[in-house]
Ligand binder design. Sequence first.
Ligand code: SIN
Ligand code: FE2
Length: 206
Amino acid sequence: MSEFPQGFAHFPLYFSPAEQQTLISAVKAGVAQAPFYQPTMPRTGTPLSVVMSNFGELGWVTDKDKGYRYEAVHPKNGKPWPVMPEILLKLWDEVSAYPAPPEACLINWYHKEKTSMGMHVDLDEHELRAPVVSVSLGDPAMFRIGGPKRGGPTQGIKLYSGDVVVLAGKARLCYHGVSKIFFGESALVPRGGRINLTMRRVNEVG
Ligand code: SIN
Ligand code: FE2
């Protein structure tokens, strides 16, 4: 375990099955207002394998023309993102050790068998001292985390529904991604797959 970067924390089954249902209900309500859309890579326009939506004042979006950024409205319908569910604000208070609430919660839906997330560092936030707090729902996933440089050795950790991961301290600037979804193992997500909720603070406090 000591090989995980400083500031990495994994809380297995942080949320009970009943709480996971609450979270899924919140996602269903959220995406009724802000539907999942297909994000694309900057410049190339290559689709990501996940589909996305957001909760919160700001949502993380990406497309061919404008690239990675935060926006206050949905890229397709132009409406504000749905408010952050209480249960997520409570989680942030419990695990973030940061003095202000998260402004954004990205909803990633790994909706097909072959979905994954390439190794990356979350760097589109102005406030990099705040942690990234993420929740796994539905099918398990192989999460990988390496160091601050691209291409270095990585470690895998299997994340299950209800698990919470915190990337704080040095881990906040470490490469990470999802190499595999164990598709079809959980019945929690209505149309199958895995949902990952990632909360972030975008702007510095004050
Ligand atoms: C991400 O880092 O963007 C997603 C991580 C995950 O799906 O667990
Ligand atoms: Fe990330």
